[in-house]
Design a protein around this ligand. Structure first.
Ligand code: GLN
Length: 313
């Protein structure tokens, strides 16, 4: 199948934006109070190809919190630093079929966190970073995200404070993991650094550059910097396919057929391996905590352009 041209991509992205911009379904996350205040009508779509073409429609320059889309890039950091086996062995890579913040999932089985994209697994992944202090742990994450994005990124202070003041559930999860030997640094340190990584502000365009690095074998197509070894990329994308939408992952694979990761800030980053990335951003979420309009837009684009990875004909 020929790769779509830049004009084709622009046209389909504009169609997707027009088709779903007035869709009012879903609701902003409100368990993190600051997220409830983000304007619900924001809606942006960005596509970036492996050649570095950038297609943008709508609210693509408004920073929003990266939230769980961050989990992908912390997983990349740990693999790059310590290999892929440590993630496979210490966190595991199985879907939970449970909500992103499930506690029951870590009570079942052998006590491991299940996969790096549910909260438990993401906090465990943070704890696997080699660091002598919380500052060093955070610094490694921050530098990794900036390399993937090819630009400066900052923590959104209101989002961080709001989540840090209310994240008792994540602190609980970290302690349960630590108690069973499945968290590898101080549990409050892991939760704090995890909360910070979720509060990093990105525009849809910055998140798309991050994703495009995974569509391009680990090399940022804009800055040409290598961010992760090529051999790890299929493992990251496989994990996104199996777990990127938590208990909605099966439906997403069925509907879109693309590895992708969502965040409760309203972002979704999807990857067409070896080709391009599609980012959708719109704050209102479905009951699984995944952006409604971003899902619809990406599904539409994938279907119009025949991008489903299971549909190669
Ligand atoms: N920071 C959020 C949390 O821990 C991330 C959740 C998400 O984006 N699904 O609850």
């Amino acid at each position: 199948l020929a790769a779509p041209s830049k004009d084709q991509l622009q046209k389909v992205a504009e169609q997707a934006h027009a088709k779903f911009k007035d869709d009012k379904s879903g609701k902003n996350a409100d368990y993190i109070p600051a997220l409830a205040k983000v304007p619900s009508e924001l809606f942006g779509i960005v596509i970036i190809t492996k050649d570095g073409d950038v297609i943008k429609v709508g609210d693509v320059d408004t920073p929003f919190s990266i939230q769980s889309c961050s989990k992908v890039f912390t997983m990349c950091l740990v693999m790059q630093e310590s290999g892929d086996k440590i993630v496979y062995d210490k966190v595991n890579v199985e879907p939970t079929g449970e909500a992103f913040n499930s506690i029951t999932a870590i009570e079942e089985g052998d006590g491991r966190a299940d996969n790096p994209f549910v909260n438990a697994g993401a906090i465990a992944t943070v704890s696997l970073i080699k660091a002598k202090s919380p500052e060093e742990r955070w610094d490694k994450i921050h530098k990794t995200y900036e390399k993937f994005a090819g630009s400066k990124l900052i923590v959104m202070p209101d989002i961080f404070k709001s989540e840090a003041d209310t994240n008792f559930r994540n602190r609980g999860i970290a302690h349960v993991l630590f108690n069973s030997g499945n968290l590898f640094c101080d549990p409050l340190e892991a939760t704090e650094v995890y909360t910070k990584q979720c509060s990093v502000g990105v525009t849809a365009e910055q998140l798309a550059v991050m994703g495009s690095t995974l569509a391009n074998g680990g090399v940022n197509p804009i800055t040409k910097e290598k961010c992760i070894d090529k051999k790890y990329v299929p493992k990251v994308l496989a994990t996104m396919t199996m777990n990127g939408f938590y208990d909605g992952s099966g439906q997403w694979a069925w509907n879109a057929g693309l590895p992708a990761k969502t965040g409760v800030g309203g972002g979704i980053v999807a990857v067409v391996p070896g080709e391009l990335t599609i980012v959708g951003f719109a704050p209102p979420l479905d009951t699984y905590g995944n952006s409604v309009r971003a899902q619809k837009a990406i599904e539409f684009i994938a279907s119009e352009l025949d991008l489903n990875i299971f549909g190669s004909t």
